[in-house]
Design a protein around this ligand. Structure first.
Ligand SMILES: [Zn+2]
Length: 281
């Protein structure tokens, strides 16, 4: 027995989650929020556990899952930042390079990719390591099963974590719960088709009614969350087809999902992207 436990830390920006795994001897944190501001609160929470933070695992190359890493590294200098494959590392570098290019990192200068122009920037290439193998054992025991052989969906590459001890699946952004999905830039028709296929695979693979499902955004749930997300995607697709403009599409989704968070950010970008794709045809 290794008594693995998990704490959820909910970020303010983008309603994104950090998951703090512990065996009572050390800590691994999965995903580290959208901003340095949120990461400061996360760091306080981790410190309150009074255990060494050994690893930060980033599940995919979207900034709401990795922007806090520079701050955490400054508070926990021994921590190793890891991803499950080289592709995810390159996704992170590409996203930050793109954000830097359009001025989106002016508020987070420490996350600008380190270069001659930005000598104080973040050294993504050397700071982010690629894990070997498809399991991760915490210092002191407790094993997480790591999977990344997925088709491009919400992101080009996604990592999930399963814990047999906790009977828990950490889906990263394959699942959202009570938070509008990201179907924005980078999530086209093929990604959506792959996403739905994968949700149906999860449904076939995880039939244990007691399984806990921890989404990338929003609250934990049971296996019914796979159906909730599938239905959301289908509602979204239908809404895009039926709507004659962006505002109509947004309003329809907001009326179908009145209490879901991030309508002004995630839903807005998702509608813009797919109405744009529709108009482009
Ligand atoms: Zn996300």
């Amino acid at each position: 027995m290794n008594n693995l436990t998990v704490d959820v830390f909910k970020g303010k920006e983008a309603s994104v989650n950090s998951y703090i795994f512990s065996n009572g001897k050390s800590i691994l944190v999965m995903d580290v929020l959208r901003s340095t501001e949120d990461a400061k609160e996360l760091a306080e929470f981790i410190k309150s556990k009074a255990l060494p933070l050994t690893h930060i695992l980033i599940t995919h190359g979207h900034p709401d899952h990795y922007m806090g890493m520079d701050y955490l590294k400054s508070v926990f200098p021994e921590v190793k930042i890891v991803v499950s494959n080289e592709e995810t590392k390159q996704d992170i570098i590409s996203f930050s390079t793109w954000m830097d290019g359009i001025g989106w990192l002016e508020g987070e200068p420490n996350l600008k990719p380190k270069s001659d122009k930005n000598p104080e920037g973040f050294d993504y290439e050397n700071q982010i390591k690629v894990l070997e193998g498809n399991t991760f054992t915490l210092d002191g025991g407790g094993t997480l099963e790591i999977k990344n052989d997925y088709q491009a969906a919400e992101a080009e590459h996604l990592t999930t974590v399963f814990s047999k001890d906790m009977n828990a699946l950490f889906t990263s952004d394959f699942c959202y719960n009570g938070v509008h999905l990201w179907l924005g830039q980078g999530v086209g028709a093929t990604h959506i088709a792959n996403w739905k296929t994968q949700l149906n695979r999860f449904k076939k693979q995880y039939t244990n009614a007691n399984l806990r499902v921890y989404p990338g955004h929003g609250s934990e749930s049971g296996i019914e969350l796979f159906d909730t997300v599938l239905k959301y995607i289908e509602d979204f697709e239908r809404t895009i087809v039926a709507s004659s403009n962006r505002e109509e599409a947004r309003k329809e989704m907001e009326s179908l999902y009145p209490n879901w968070e991030q309508a002004g950010f995630l839903l807005m970008h998702s509608v813009d992207n797919h109405m744009g794709l529709k108009e482009g045809k």
